[in-house]
Design a protein around this ligand. Structure first.
Ligand code: SF4
Length: 50
């Protein structure tokens, strides 16, 4: 969340202890995945098929 915020995207937030991504704000930079010490974040590419 901090990395995303500092990157200026503000795409990540916590809701009742669950990390939530705002896809409209996400740039796909993958900074969050690189800095997560637990390796808990994985980025995938949307196919546009639903
Ligand atoms: S990939 Fe998306 S959610 Fe992750 S730091 Fe970049 S903008 Fe934020």
């Amino acid at each position: 969340m901090i990395a995303c915020r500092d990157g200026g995207y503000h795409a990540l937030s916590l809701h009742e202890g669950t990390l939530v991504i705002d896809r409209a704000r996400c740039d796909g930079c993958s900074l969050c995945a690189h800095v997560c010490p637990e390796g808990a974040i994985t980025l995938t590419r949307e196919t546009g098929n639903g």
